[in-house]
Write a protein that binds this ligand. Structure first.
Ligand code: 16G
Length: 240
């Protein structure tokens, strides 16, 4: 199983063997992998070497450790294409998952200066500000903070927003969504968000900022989302 004469370091060979076992379903999602001691016997290597392989798989998210219980196979990350202007609801449904949201804040306010500028608003114009936890199959995936100009959507309320925002825009208001500009960066989770996303305070999230426009060029939302980096990866096809 392990080739001690290979130029490939032994811990990497073990890492590959474990990955293969996960891929082949020998160790299923949520199941514990064998202990360090068992694996070191099986591969006939030191426990240190096994630990190194496991640590690498923990840091890339394939495995997770639970104190005193062992090391388990993680649920694979959701692969989110970056090439379409889709909504959270559409994205989760496309995967056969059930989307749901929890609105933890909904209010009308004077927007911060930078938000007003990005939404091309006149001075004194107001926005709806809402904070939603986005769940897939009842598990938190992201927390979204959304600013929506009141003038574009008169009479919005939290009840109307309990479902899909994009559906509301298109079906209730009869508007056409055009395009969006999106930025993505990594960050440590904010203390408040860790609570809602059920993350350790030291966890990392993917921050996505999206400004979306109607087909006539008018901005209709500015959203700052924090996605669980252990649940999500973003994919795009690039061409030359
Ligand atoms: C996505 C969008 C967000 C949009 C929401 C609408 C990203 C990073 N963000 O979460 O900008 O407001 O979808 O979803 O993709 P909804 O129609 O399900 O409310």
């Amino acid at each position: 199983m392990v080739n001690k004469n290979s130029h490939v370091p032994i811990y990497i060979q073990i890492e590959e063997a474990l990955k293969q076992s996960i891929f082949l379903g020998e160790y299923q999602v949520g199941e514990a992998i064998p202990s360090e001691r068992d694996l070191s016997n099986r591969f006939n290597v030191s426990r240190m070497t096994v630990r190194q392989a496991i640590t690498n798989l923990v840091s890339n998210g394939m495995l997770f450790r639970e104190k005193g219980r062992g090391t388990f196979v993680s649920t694979p990350k959701l692969e989110q294409p970056l090439n379409g202007l889709t909504s959270f609801t559409e994205d989760m449904r496309a995967r056969g998952m059930t989307p749901s949201s929890k609105i933890i804040k909904f209010e009308i306010q004077i927007p911060p200066f930078d938000v007003a500028r990005e939404l091309m608003m006149e001075e004194g114009e107001k926005v709806y500000f809402m904070v939603r936890i986005r769940n897939a199959d009842n598990k938190p995936m992201a927390i979204e903070r959304t600013y929506i100009p009141v003038a574009v959507f008169p009479d919005l309320n939290a009840k109307l927003l309990s479902g899909s925002l994009y559906r509301l825009v298109e079906e209730q208001y009869g508007l056409t969504i055009g395009n969006a500009i999106q930025q993505m960066e990594a960050s440590h989770v904010a203390k408040e968000d860790s609570k809602y996303l059920l993350l350790e305070p030291t966890a990392v999230v993917l921050i996505i900022k999206r400004t979306s426009f109607l087909s006539d060029g008018k901005p209709f939302e500015l959203v700052r989302s924090a996605y669980r980096a252990d649940r999500y990866k973003f994919i795009s096809e690039i061409q030359r």
